[in-house]
Write a protein that binds this ligand. Sequence first.
Ligand code: ATP
Ligand code: PRP
Length: 214
Amino acid sequence: MITVALPKGALLEDSIQLLQEVGLDFSAFLDSSNRQLQIDDPTHTAKGLLVRAQDVPVYVEYGQAQLGIVGYDVLREKKPQVACLVDLKFGKCRMSVAVKESSPFRSPVELPLHSRVASKFVHCASEYFESLDLPVEIIPLYGSVELGPITGMSEAIVDLVSTGRTLKQNGLIEIEVLFESTAQLIVHPLSYRVNTGGLKTVVEKVRSQILAAV
Ligand SMILES: Nc1ncnc2c1ncn2[C@@H]1O[C@H](COP(=O)(O)OP(=O)(O)OP(=O)(O)O)[C@@H](O)[C@H]1O
Ligand SMILES: O=P(O)(O)OC[C@H]1O[C@H](OP(=O)(O)OP(=O)(O)O)[C@H](O)[C@@H]1O
């Protein structure tokens, strides 16, 4: 039996649909009255773990799950020791720098030295500003990052943007895109090499399903 780590939140529905298409049914996780965090697929060929998006690579890196679905953004932030095997194409968003519409700065390089930048993605943010050789103070937040510039706590943010609605409704504008992100299928490298529980077949089915959908 293989174990799959599934992300709560924005990627859950598409992840469950994709797994259903390859014969693994974890739709019980979509029932909000169900508080179980671990369930078996009805055919008992796989077990699903419902975890926070940022924790998916942790379970896969430690081998408690052989397979996981997670955003590329999380992989860039955490750099876990996992193998990223299939771009699943959904969960499309981008990691961007944004400032208040009224800000005089229209590019990150224009930001004053030691500006404050709020982010949930502190490593992505610091790596980016280091690449510009621009020293900034990164303020770590867990969510609602857009409030950084609105409250005056920070000059800029580094955050995910998808439709751009959140930025717009909070009076912010995007001034740079760091990278694009989509959901990725990750595996525990050793389990893949030894083909634990027929892992390779599941990965191949997912790959074919994604190719068929393009
Ligand atoms: N607005 C969005 N549109 C599309 N995909 C998104 C969007 N926001 C996030 N994602 C993708 O979904 C993943 C999970 O995001 P989600 O917002 O559900 O969790 P989170 O807020 O990062 O996690 P947690 O709630 O555990 O802190 C992200 O890592 C990203 O890949
Ligand atoms: O461009 P949009 O389509 O508006 O999506 C972007 C928003 O989605 C994510 O937030 P999430 O819903 O995860 O809430 P959070 O602020 O608590 O992270 C992200 O952090 C942005 O705030």
